[in-house]
Write a protein that binds this ligand. Structure first.
Ligand SMILES: Cc1ncc(COP(=O)(O)O)c(C=O)c1O
Length: 366
């Protein structure tokens, strides 16, 4: 017996730098402009709100653990086999489940240098070693990723488009990445922002999943579908991987409100088109304003932009973040992503975007 010893967590756990979400509150300001978490500019579909509200009297019931109605609605909408769809409490949970099932101590998990932070955090939490491949022009570099594959690699995570850079891999590049991977390595394509992309060389990953046994596509209802608070994600998997995830997930991992609101949001194509049109208008508008201010934004195709500030002097990213904050605008610091000279700004309502652009112009002029 080893008495008087504190419990010790698994390998790697204490090396994790916890994920820090975007700020939601600002001292002294009742309703700050919240552009720190890539949430929807327009808010949820009225149909999703109605479905959520209608559920209130049923919350003593467990949710449908198989998410049957939601998976069938997705299957119909995207022409996919519902048996190959697995849902999660946000796509974050699906990232964790993949890691739990396929990675672990003495394995490696590959991602691109400025990829979504939950990939390295999730890898560490199962004792795996996260390996970052350098990017080219803030874009995942297929050759650099393939060069880092070893016999310990189990999963390659690519956010496409990537958060926080907003850049994307074309279907040709993604196919080349897959072709270079050993068959035992899972290629996880995280298409959280897929619905915002309006490029004709982009594909969210369905076609690769259909062709291969080691490709998965993750999606979320937190972004364009505006249900971040309910936590609803889903993925399209080869049958064998869907079977594995159904074994490791909790029996009621997605709550009833998320499932009800998700079906309603999916069926509300009018709200989806409004959100898409809004981003199509304001995202390029914002990038043009940032470029005119000399802030060299990345060519983002998501619902966010990534301007770059001076490394030193009065107009650093930290100073810009603080200046925006002083005007009630919350954005995201990027040092945790290895981008200390950038901040990430979510596309907001027309009024919010205009205020951001005017405030940044004032900052650059100050
Ligand atoms: C690339 C990417 N993947 C996954 C997620 C997680 O989303 P969810 O809310 O579905 O867990 C995010 C959220 O910001 C993201 O940016």
């Amino acid at each position: 017996m080893t008495a008087n010893k504190a419990p010790v967590p698994g390998p790697g756990i204490l090396d994790i730098a916890p994920y820090i979400g975007g700020d939601a509150k600002l001292e002294g300001i009742e309703k700050p402009i919240r552009l720190a978490s890539n949430e929807s500019a327009l808010g949820p579909s009225p149909k999703a709100i109605a479905a959520y509200t209608a559920l209130a009297r049923e919350i003593h019931r467990y949710p449908d653990g198989s998410a049957d109605e939601f998976r069938h609605a997705l299957g119909e909408h995207y022409r996919l086999d519902p048996a190959q769809i697995v849902c999660g409490s946000g796509s974050d949970e699906l990232i964790s489940l993949l890691l739990r099932a396929y990675a672990g101590p003495d394995t490696e998990v590959l991602y691109s240098r400025h990829g979504f932070l939950m990939y390295p955090i999730g890898a560490q939490s199962v004792g795996a070693t996260p390996v970052a491949a350098p990017e080219r022009d803030f874009t995942a570099d297929v050759d650099a990723i393939l060069e880092r594959v070893t016999d310990k690699t189990r999963i390659v995570f690519i956010a496409n488009p990537n958060n926080p850079t907003g850049t994307y891999l074309s279907v040709g590049e993604m196919t080349r990445l897959h072709a270079g991977l050993p068959a035992n390595v899972v290629l996880a394509i995280d298409a959280a922002y897929a619905e915002f992309v309006n490029r004709n060389d982009y594909e969210p990953g369905v076609k690769l999943v259909d062709k291969a046994e080691n490709v998965v596509m993750l999606r979320t209802f937190s972004k364009i579908y505006a249900l971040a608070g309910l936590r609803l994600g889903w993925g399209y998997f080869p049958p064998a991987i869907a079977d594995v995830l159904n074994r490791v997930r909790g029996p009621f991992n997605v709550n009833a409100a998320a499932l009800a609101a998700g079906v309603a949001a999916l069926n509300d194509t009018e709200s989806l088109e409004k959100a898409r049109a809004h981003n199509d208008r304001w995202q390029p508008w914002m990038n043009e304003r940032l470029a005119a201010l000399g802030l060299d934004p990345t060519p983002s195709v998501g619902n966010f932009v990534l301007p770059r500030f001076a490394e030193s002097g009065a107009r650093t990213a930290a100073a810009a973040f603080a200046f925006l904050q002083s005007r009630g605008i919350l954005t995201r610091k990027m040092a945790g992503y290895g981008l200390p000279n950038h901040i990430r700004i979510t596309i907001g309502t027309a009024e919010e975007n205009e205020k951001v652009a005017a405030t940044l112009a004032e900052f650059m002029d100050s």
